[in-house]
Every structure is written in C-alpha cells, then in structure tokens.
Design a protein around this ligand. Structure first.
Ligand code: IVH
Length: 677
C-alpha cells in the first residue's frame, strides 16, 4: 500500500456517478412503473460494481447512492427529532352520517366559494415525513407523538418507492408525507419465514411495517420489501406549491414518488359516497391494506379559512371501514398440541370468503373461550377480519342456532397420545402432561432447541428431525450431540442424508456448542421462559448449576420473572429426566456459564479513530462495532486517542499526526483479534 501516491480519482468519480444514475433509473422503473429493463443478474452486477468502488473510494461515495437501498448501516438508537411541521392526525368516523355532516359543514363555512374534494385511500401503515432539500432526501422521521419522532433515515433509504433524489422540477425545500405499508404478499412470505425460524409472527402488516422501520440493521429492513405511499406535501413559507391537493400529488408523482392512482376529485356528497362504497368492497383486491377513505378539501387556499380543531384540520376527515363480518357453519373442532403440551382448539369452518381470502380455520383459543362464547355443536360462528390478516371468532350467530343444540364438550384426553389432559388452577388452557411420550411435544421441543434464536442448528429442519426421530436416533435434545457420521449417512427412504449432508449437520451441531449460556437456557424450552426471560435468568444465576438448584422464591426475585414462570422453572429442573438431559448437554460441551458479553467491555475507556477502508466491515460497521464493545469513536487524532484503526488507503495526514503524537496504529486483523472475532 502506498499511502502517499496521489491518484487522479476524477474518472472514477465520473464513472461512479454514471453507474449510480443508471441504477437509480432502473430502480425507478422497477418500483414506480413495475418494469424491469435489465435482468436481475445485470442489475446486481452494476450494483456490486458500485459497492466495490464505494468501498475502495469511500470519499467518493454519496450518502444518497442507490447502494444504500440494500442497507448495511447499523443504528444503535434512533435519534429523536422535532417535526418542522407538526404531524396532525385526522378526525375519523365509522358513520356515513358524520361524513354527510362534515360535507354540509364545510359547504356552509365556505359560504358559496367554489371548491371540490379529493377522495383517496387511507393506507393502513405507519406515517412518516420525508424532508427533501435541493432534490435530495435528507431526513425521514416517524410520526411519534406528532411533535417529536424517530429519525429512521437509514431504513427509509432501503425502501425502493422512496426517491433518494428527485427528478425534473421540485420545490427546493419541502416535506413529503405518506404511509409506509407492508404489501400482503411480502408480509405473508416474511411471516412464514419467521415461523420457520421459530420467531413469533407479526399480527398484521401495520405492526410489521412499524417494527421494520425500527430495525437497527438497515440491511434487515431492506429485506422487508416495504412500500411508501405518498399522500401529502408541505413546505415552509416562501416555497410555492400548487394550489390544489390533487395538483401537489400529481407533481409529486412526476418527481418520482409513488402516488397511488386511486385518487378522485369529487364535487359533492353523492360522489364521495360512491367512492366510499366502491372501496369498501374493492379494498381487498388491493395488494396492501387500507382501513378507510380520506376526504380533503382540494383547494389548499381554503385550508386556512377552515382552520384547525385541537388536533386535526377542519378541511379533512377520514371515514373508517367497519371490520368485515360473516357467518359460517362450524364443521368440527381440531385440537393442536404444542411443544409445551398446551392444547389449542381450532374451529374447522365451512370455507367462506372474507376480506380477500378464503377462511377455513380460526382459533378458539382455549376451553374458557369456547365456554364464554357458548359455542354449541352445529352452530354457525361469526368471523371478523379487521386490519388483522388473521380472522377472529367474535361470537355465535344466534339466528342460526338449532333447537336443542348441546354445548361443545371439551376433550378430556390428548388427541395425539391419549393421555388425560390437565388444567392447572388459574390456567385458562389444558395441557397434555405426557411430555416424553407425546409426538408433537417431542418434535416441537427438538424444533425449538435447534431454532435460530436458540441453538441455531440450521441444518436440522423439521423433516430431518422427524427422520432422526423415526430412526430412533434422537428422542431428546441431548441425543443430538451423540449423533455419529455413520448413523446419518443414507438415512431417509431415498437416502436423504448423504456424506456431505452428514458432515454439514455434524459441523452445525459442533458449532452450536459456542452458543452463549442464555440461549442454552432458552433452548431448553421451559414453559413461559422466552428469549428475554432466559437472558435475565442467565445473568442472575451466572451458571446452570445455580439455576438448576434455585428455589421458586429465589427465581421470582429475578427481574421480569413472575410467580408462574418461577414455578415452571423450578418444576422443570425438579424432574430427574430433565436434570439428566442437562448433565449430558454439559458433558457434550455446551456453554453452561454466563459471560458478561465480553464484547461490551473489551474496548471500554478507549478512544479510536477510524481511517481508510476495511475488508470485513464498512466504515459505519466498524464504528458501530467499536461502540458495541464499549469503545468511543472519534473523528480526529489527539493526545486522547488510544488507537488509529488503519484501513487500506488511509489518508497520509492522519498517519503523520498519529506518528507525531505517538498514537499506536491498529490493523483490521489486530482489531478483530482484540474484540475476539
Ligand atoms: S392526510 C393533515 N391522507 O391516517 C392531514 N392521511 O389520522 C395529514 N393516513 O396520521 C394526513 N392514509 O397517518 C392522509 N391518504 C391519506 C392517508 C392518511 C393514511 C394516515 C395518516 C394520518 C392518519 C389519520
């Protein structure tokens, strides 16, 4: 590396700019116009070339580069920022009469002035505000409390429908507002993947969109395939905008925003009502969720005349759709047994079309729920679907109740293994106590143990576990560590596991021995002990020995561990079979002691200056990594600097200054060793 050679970077800069412009253009066609102008491979090649160049010449990388769309920056905590213009909400109603009143009041207040309305969709997502200056995205902020929100700029940049640079003419300084929604197909695919990986699925696309915007790793957010629907534009005094709301959105579309085409100018209440009626039925054909219709006075000069109430403008209102509800016969009830033995009753329904999908099943939660609803054999149930994707049983359709109908009898024995079910005091649900002999419990526990957030043995999916179970090789989680290569090869009816598969599997099993203690505690699958609870138990008891021998009272001392969980933990460890399993896991070499995340402390008290480019990290990543290990990152070298973390192509001035002040240089490899990577 020759630090002092001067390279003429001008041609590189120009090439990078051209590449970025081309990728931007392709992105725009793809996200806004649903058109792929080149193959995926060609697109990836261009993006990768740009990424490589940015890594090589970080000083030439633009913060608005299309490479930001794939994420990679990590945000520890979202900065709170004040909104330049408060983010007001809208008055809303479920009643058409109130929409009629709104329309009549507006007409009265405007006293003969000619005007119109715009009717548009009320997107069911998360409101954000995007600030653009000189055509460039400078900040993205969530609504928060309307006055202050979270700065989620790095995540917003990963959303393809948010333009990073505007096209054509644009106001020099303005804010674009809209809703980030999670399209149904992407939402369902993501939830499926979460479930496969042992994560709790999101309840609905709105929650998922909100959670995604708050992800600390923007690369994760990029994978979520969110969409931004723009619906509002505002600018400071002195910046001219079109004088109709419709005109503003039209202009925004030309600048490169995704403005949904479902917007209509309406002249009176009849047209407004027709728009509402249409979308009340047609909404399920949309690829994303809406929860109503927003009606705004179109002429923006009239907004001031109409003014504001305490928290919402008088020139707009939202009509909210009622949840859709249908009645359908209950054909039978199935009982599912989970890994903890918990039994969940599920209603098998006569298939019925509701809110865009055919509903065949719905949860009946537990015995209490069935009793409370008073469900009888032969009943029809009322099913509702609001903003949620998952339909809910909300009651019995009493009009269809048959004479002499008998209440549903809850099962007394486990549908899987025949054991007598138990219902503990204070518990709403039933459990199958036969944990060692009940198939779904055994497989469920194994699945949980190997899942990503537990021991993360990826190569052991549900099918393989079934295979190992059927072959008599794995009955409990400790058996996984006794597996031998020769037992695995050729396993399965069509020799599903071959040599390479066996090696990979054993390597993954071996790798899991490094998984930290708190995740081992989580992996045991003790009832009520989730990821967070396991962490708290691990931190408090420090090792398996103490945790195993703790009494109920001491367990309940742990932060966030209630009496019920404390009892479940104590009972779990009181079982001799469980203790044997834990002993075998210890012998196998799993982590049985808590280590205060060494990463958190290792760089405590150190101030590090980062310069140049790195092989394993982007510059932002390595800075975040230093902070994660308790170190401080500084931009300039001084007497207080502990190390100059020197990457490739480091500036000569920094090096000179470090030498002058006697600051030690640290290479990327040395750094990685230091933090134990
Ligand atoms: S206009 C000052 N238009 O619904 C008016 N809002 O309380 C600004 N929303 O907070 C809002 N779709 O998050 C507007 N087409 C749309 C909308 C919309 C969804 C959200 C927005 C707002 C809430 C209403």
């Amino acid at each position: 590396m020759d630090l002092f050679s001067a390279i003429d970077t001008e041609p590189v800069r120009k090439h990078m700019e051209e590449l970025a412009a081309e990728v931007d253009r392709l992105n725009h066609e793809y996200y806004m116009n649903d058109r792929s102008l080149v193959s995926d491979e060609e697109f990836d090649r261009m993006l990768r070339e740009l990424q490589d160049l940015e890594r090589q010449y970080p000083e030439l990388a633009s913060p608005l580069s299309p490479t930001k769309r794939v994420g990679g920056e990590v945000n520890k905590k979202f900065r709170q920022v004040e909104h330049r213009f408060p983010m007001l909400s809208l008055g809303n109603t479920y009643s058409i009469e109130e929409i009629e009143e709104f329309e009549a009041r507006t007409r009265r207040l405007l006293d003969g002035t000619p005007f119109s309305y715009t009717c548009e969709l009320k997107y069911d997502g998360v409101a954000i505000g995007l600030t653009y200056r000189h055509g460039q995205l400078v900040q993205a902020v969530t609504r928060g409390n309307g006055a202050v929100g979270d700065d989620i700029t790095i995540n917003a940049k990963t959303i393809g429908t948010i333009p990073l640079r505007l096209r054509g003419e644009y106001p020099d300084d303005f804010e674009a507002r809209g809703e980030v929604v999670y399209p149904f197909d992407a939402f369902e695919a993501m939830n499926k993947q979460r479930e496969a990986e042992g994560d709790e699925p999101f309840a609905n696309p709105r929650n998922a969109a909100s959670g995604s915007l708050k992800l600390q790793d923007s690369a994760e957010c990029a994978k979520r395939k969110l969409m931004f629907c723009m619906y509002f534009m505002m600018a400071p005094d002195g910046v001219a905008l079109p004088d109709t709301h419709y005109g503003r959105l039209e202009w925004a579309r030309q600048m490169g925003f995704k403005v949904q085409p479902y917007i209509q100018e309406c002249k009176d209440i009849t047209e407004i009502k027709a728009f509402i009626d249409h979308w009340d039925k047609a909404r399920w054909e949309l690829p994303f969720g809406i929860d109503g219709i927003v009606i705004k006075v179109n002429q923006t000069a009239l907004w001031d005349r109409l003014g504001l109430t305490a928290k919402s403008p008088r020139w707009a209102i939202a009509y909210k759709f009622k949840a859709e509800r249908v009645s359908t016969p209950l054909e039978s009830i199935s009982f599912q047994v989970g890994r903890t033995g918990k039994v969940t009753p599920v209603a098998n329904l006569q298939p019925v079309w509701l809110g865009g999908t055919t509903v065949r099943r719905a949860t009946l939660v537990n015995a209490d729920f069935i009793e409370k609803m008073g469900i009888c054999v032969g009943d029809s149930l009322l099913i509702e679907k609001g903003g949620e994707i998952i339909p809910k049983v909300i009651g019995v359709d009493m009009e269809k109740r048959q004479a002499g109908a008998m209440p549903v009898q809850y099962i007394e024995r486990c549908p899987e293994c025949g054991a007598r079910l138990v219902r503990e005091e204070g518990e709403a649900g039933h459990y199958c106590p036969n944990s060692d002999g009940c198939h779904p419990q055994i497989i469920g526990r194994l699945e949980h143990f190997v899942s990503r957030k537990a021991m993360n043995i990826e190569t052991l999916g549900p099918e393989r576990l079934e295979l190992l179970y059927a072959a008599g090789l794995v009955r409990n989680v400790a058996d996984i560590y006794d597996l031998k290569r020769e037992q695995l090869i050729g396993l399965g009816s069509e020799a599903t596991i071959q040599e390479k598969g066996a090696d990979n599997l054993l390597a993954a099993v071996e790798g899991s021995k490094q998984v930290p203690f708190d995740r081992v505690v989580f992996a045991l699958g003790i009832r009520y002990v989730g990821e967070v609870g396991a962490k708290k138990l691990a931190r408090y008891f420090k090792n398996m020995e103490s945790l195993m021998n703790a009494g109920e009272e001491e367990l309940a001392q742990v932060e966030d561990v209630g009496d019920v969980t404390a009892r479940a933990v104590a009972e779990w460890f009181a079982d001799g079979e469980h203790r044997k399993i834990v002993d075998r896991l210890r012998e196998a070499g799993l982590q049985m002691e808590y280590r205060a995340d060494e990463g958190d402390e290792r760089l405590a008290g150190m101030t590090i200056v980062v310069s140049g480019v790195f092989e394993h990290f982007s510059r932002d990543e390595i800075k975040a990594d230093i902070e994660r290990h308790g170190g401080k990152v500084s931009g300039s070298i001084s007497g207080k600097t502990t190390y100059l973390l020197a990457g490739d192509k480091m500036g000569p001035e920094k090096l000179k200054k470090a030498e002058k002040l006697g600051v030690r240089l640290l290479s990327e490899t040395e750094y990685m060793e230091m933090v134990g990577q």
